[in-house]
Design a protein around this ligand. Structure first.
Ligand code: ADP
Length: 294
């Protein structure tokens, strides 16, 4: 079971600007974190994978068959959780799921079974009759996940699934995604590393329509090993660090007595100041490293 994205490009303005440029990646069951700043091309890629947008060139294959030739058969494999969806505030949670099931073409019998199961899975059974407008942010997100899962998709695509949630809800949704991901290709697009840090099997860092770097969280961390430093420096030294082109200050905690604690990411694997110590990078460092120096 694999989804093979082969040299997908999407251009606008007669080819003058592009949202994706020769993007290639093979996806197998597992959780993929699609990470990149605004404008990197994440939405464009998701829209092409859900067939809501047509690529300019390249192709996508599902188990070696072009998805174009599979048509409806391919679309029935997809579950999509958009970032913002008009959630029909006056519907109850269950009514919304019935509505979505009818859009997806599920029969009444199938819909009844699936809706009941989804309400269990997303833990909304006891809130199913409540109006959506009374739902919390986390409940709304869970309802959106439930609709994406109605057709038991093999490919689940989620756009910022934890947007607008408080830290506790974020953690709950993250764990929940991890729980339901078994045997599926799950793609989570986000610009927040914490969303995918703990649940992604593979992280794909995107910039300007292409992949900057991709790998397991451990692999990515190893790539910037030796590039991250911490130390106590005075104000003048901070100013000097700021001037260096190959240095990014990722964190500075100023203190009144000139003993400021800074964390820096250096493009070159060399010590910037003798008094700084090399430290273990985390994924936030990886993201910043590629974002600034990639
Ligand atoms: P992301 O989801 O990572 O923020 P997008 O896929 O939305 O990125 O956008 C990628 C790039 O493509 C951006 O530079 C954006 O301005 C451009 N783009 C997206 N849609 C269009 C469009 N309809 N016309 C022109 N440019 C577009």
């Amino acid at each position: 079971m694999n989804l093979n994205i082969i040299e997908i490009s999407k251009t606008y303005n007669n080819g003058d600007s592009f949202a994706l440029y020769k993007f290639s990646q093979t996806l197998e069951p597992g959780v993929y974190g699609l990470l990149g700043p605004n404008g990197a091309g994440k939405t464009t890629l998701m829209n092409i994978l859900t067939t809501n947008l047509k690529e300019t060139s390249g192709r996508v294959e599902w188990d070696d068959k072009p998805i174009k030739s599979l048509g409806r058969e391919y679309r029935s494999l997809i579950g999509y959780m958009p970032q913002q969806q008009k959630l029909y505030d006056d519907f109850s949670g269950e009514e919304f799921l019935w509505y979505m099931a009818s859009l997806k073409g599920l029969s009444k019998t199938d819909a009844k079974i699936r809706i009941d199961k989804m309400l269990d899975i997303v833990n909304l059974q006891d809130k199913k009759d409540e109006r959506i407008k009374n739902y919390s942010g986390g409940m709304k997100q869970r309802l959106l996940i439930a609709q994406a899962l109605l057709n038991d998709p093999k490919i689940l695509i989620m756009d910022e699934p934890t947007a607008g949630l408080d830290p506790e809800e974020r953690i709950r949704i993250r764990n929940f995604i991890s729980e339901i991901s078994e045997g599926k290709i799950v793609i989570i697009a986000t610009h927040v590393m914490q969303d995918i840090e703990y649940i992604a099997d593979k992280i794909i860092l995107m910039k300007k329509g292409n992949i900057m770097e991709a790998g397991t969280p451990d692999e990515l961390i190893r790539k910037v090993d030796g590039n991250v430093y911490e130390g106590i420096v005075n104000n003048k030294e901070i100013e000097e660090l700021k001037m260096q082109e190959n240095v990014l200050i990722s964190n500075a905690r100023y203190s009144g007595n000139e003993r400021n604690h800074v964390r820096i990411i250096s493009k070159d694997k060399e010590k910037i100041l003798q008094k700084m110590n090399q430290v273990e990078p985390d994924l936030e460092d990886v993201y910043l490293f590629y974002e600034h120096f990639g």
